[in-house]
Design a protein around this ligand. Structure first.
Ligand code: AMP
Ligand code: ZN
Length: 114
């Protein structure tokens, strides 16, 4: 996907502040953080939205959440708490169409979100 921002990060064409990587997933700091910890976890496979996830992606989804748990430990927010979010399509506030799990923490997060 040559016109996908996160595929360009995966290809090394755009720099990113990486915090975690496996064969299947990459995690890097959000460029416009909404909390002291704001990390995006993406599959190395291009998947546009959560609606496009199928059984063939099961291992990717499992690894994305395993990454979230591990990064939360690394960032020392596992016990204080954190939030994970997939935004989907326009009403969900999705801006980049390559699925990414937001991992947010390091402050109290209000509920419901705006
Ligand atoms: P979403 O609105 O769920 O699609 O989230 C997209 C996220 O990507 C936003 O939180 C942006 O701040 C973040 N973002 C956009 N460009 C970059 C970039 N080059 N590096 C890191 N994060 C980015
Ligand atoms: Zn992509």
């Amino acid at each position: 996907m040559t016109d996908c921002l996160f595929c360009k990060i995966l290809a090394g064409d755009i720099p990113a502040n990486k915090v975690y990587e496996t064969e299947r997933v990459l995690a890097f700091r959000d460029i416009d953080p909404k909390a002291p910890t704001h990390v995006l976890i993406i599959p190395k496979t291009h998947i546009a939205t959560l609606n496009d996830v199928g059984p063939e992606h099961n291992a990717d989804i499992v690894e994305i959440f395993a990454a979230a748990r591990e990064i939360a430990r690394q960032e020392d927010i596992a016990e204080s708490g954190y939030r994970t979010v997939f935004n989907c399509n326009a009403d969900g506030g999705q801006a980049v169409y390559h699925i990414h799990l937001h991992l947010l923490g390091g402050r109290h997060l209000a509920w419901p979100p705006g």
